[in-house]
Design a protein around this ligand. Structure first.
Ligand SMILES: Cc1cc2nc3c(=O)[nH]c(=O)nc-3n(C[C@H](O)[C@H](O)[C@H](O)COP(=O)(O)OP(=O)(O)OC[C@H]3O[C@@H](n4cnc5c(N)ncnc54)[C@H](O)[C@@H]3O)c2cc1C
Length: 407
């Protein structure tokens, strides 16, 4: 299906890009992954495995950090729970917090570093007032654009798994469908001029295409919090049909959410208020993405396989004329998913920036010996997926830390 999408995109006037992580992001391309020898290559595999034997590396798993150990505004270590007991780890030089965009701000707030009014409401003594947890961003994707075709565009998972050749190829030669990107085969990035944060060369919308044969069941849909009644009304008709699942993503949204604490108990999960589409511009940008997708669907290559947009209205939007702009505005608000690209909640900023939580060296403003190194420091979400930029934040921080401590 990947080839078909690239052909269709070209026919619709979308340029092809060979490497969307390179000089030209805008355009259509095959999906790239962090893969090595036919298998997904995680940060653990890429960085930690080969460092495991180092005498200066000590890893403690199954450990849950609850708070920082602070002496005034000086970080000394962390408190953590393991096996039902509380432990403390002290840092010789500095503490580096890398618990991700949800939990890094939570740990800071439990330690008294955060918005003063919020901490005071919870009875947490304020050590350093900072806008921790604000500026939450994610990529949110409209998924109401399922498309049926008159033929299967890719082998089904069952066909692949039941074919002994798939396994022989994977284990002996590291080739074949088991080394592929699964159902996600192609992606296209589009620029929409005039939108906030638009910079020529940086896309504002992403369309991710997956061939799914057969269509997802009610059980799979429930994993995405699609209710049974929505499934029955909208998606059940697709069962056993070959479909293209396309997600239309707003990249670099204007809307901002927030991570906050519900109480002082460190085992209560923090609250994620994404506040997606609170800024109407984000809705308009995705609407533009829908129209772009429809142009690609109208291409000769897609028409040859009978591509047809599912025209059963999204529940909650039935009163609006299907395919009108207002219908899509409603569908975008009703039938979009967060893509788990949360970031921005310990924002990096220059000196004097009242919205910054960390400095350009990733040091927590006003606190000594404490850095945050993860996706939470991004001032603005990237226009691509976050795994790789998160590795780069780690690499850059490692360089800065080595440079500083070797002085
Ligand atoms: C389901 C899913 C699928 C994704 N797929 C993709 C993809 O295909 N491509 C892509 O580019 N991006 C993808 N992402 C996004 C990407 O994984 C994240 O943006 C990236 O991992 C962020 O890196 P991070 O270091 O900020 O946080 P994380 O990778 O979340 O690392 C934080 C670490 O801290 C640990 N931790 C958290 N709290 C505590 C605590 N209190 N004590 C001790 N340890 C703690 C966590 O266990 C975790 O290991 C996906 C995310 C999700 C959730």
């Amino acid at each position: 299906m990947g080839r078909l999408i690239l052909r269709a995109a070209e026919e619709a006037g979308v340029p092809l890009t060979r490497d969307y992580n390179g000089a030209q992001q805008t355009g259509a391309a095959r999906v790239q992954t962090t893969t090595f020898q036919g298998a997904r290559w995680s940060a653990n595999a890429a960085y930690l495995r080969e460092a495991r034997a180092r005498p200066n590396l000590f890893l403690r798993t199954r450990s849950f950090v609850t708070r920082l150990v602070l002496e005034g505004v000086r970080a000394r270590g962390v408190r953590y729970e393991r096996g039902g007991h509380e432990h403390v780890a002290y840092a010789t030089r500095e503490v580096i917090l890398s618990a991700g965009a949800v939990n890094s701000p939570a740990i800071l707030m439990h330690s008294g570093i955060g918005p003063a009014d919020h901490l005071q409401q919870l009875g947490i003594p304020v050590v350093q007032p900072l806008p921790v947890g604000h500026n939450l961003m994610d990529h949110t994707a409209l998924i109401a654009t399922s498309t049926t075709t008159n033929q299967s565009l890719a082998p089904s998972v069952a066909e692949i798994m039941l074919n002994p050749k798939s396994h022989v190829n994977y284990f002996k030669k590291r080739t074949g469908p088991l080394t592929s990107t699964g159902t996600f085969e192609a992606v296209s990035f589009h620029e929409i001029e005039g939108t906030s944060f638009h910079v020529p060369g940086w896309p504002d919308v992403e369309i991710l295409y997956a061939s799914v044969t057969p269509a997802p069941t009610a059980k799979t849909a429930s994993l995405f919090r699609i209710t049974r009644s929505t499934y029955d009304r909208m998606l059940r008709q697709l069962e056993s049909k070959p479909i293209i699942l396309s997600g239309i993503w707003r990249l670099r949204p204007k809307s901002r959410g927030r991570i906050y604490l519900l109480d002082r108990n460190t085992s209560t999960p923090p609250q994620i208020d994404l506040n997606a589409f609170s800024d109407p511009e984000d809705v308009e940008v995705v609407l533009d993405g829908v129209r772009t997708y429809q142009k690609i669907l109208a291409s000769p290559s897609f028409q040859k396989v009978g591509a047809r947009l599912l025209d059963t209205p999204v529940p909650g939007c039935e009163q609006l004329l299907f395919d009108s702009d207002d219908y899509w505005r409603c569908a975008i608000r009703q039938f979009s998913l967060p893509i788990y690209h949360q970031c921005g909640t310990c924002k990096m900023g220059p000196p004097g920036d009242p919205t910054a939580v960390v400095t350009p060296e990733l040091k927590v403003v006003g606190v000594e010996r404490l850095r945050v190194v993860d996706a939470s420091i991004m001032p603005l979400v990237t226009s691509g997926h976050l795994q790789f930029p998160s590795y780069m934040i780690g690499e850059k921080a490692a360089d800065m830390i080595k440079q500083e401590h070797s002085k």
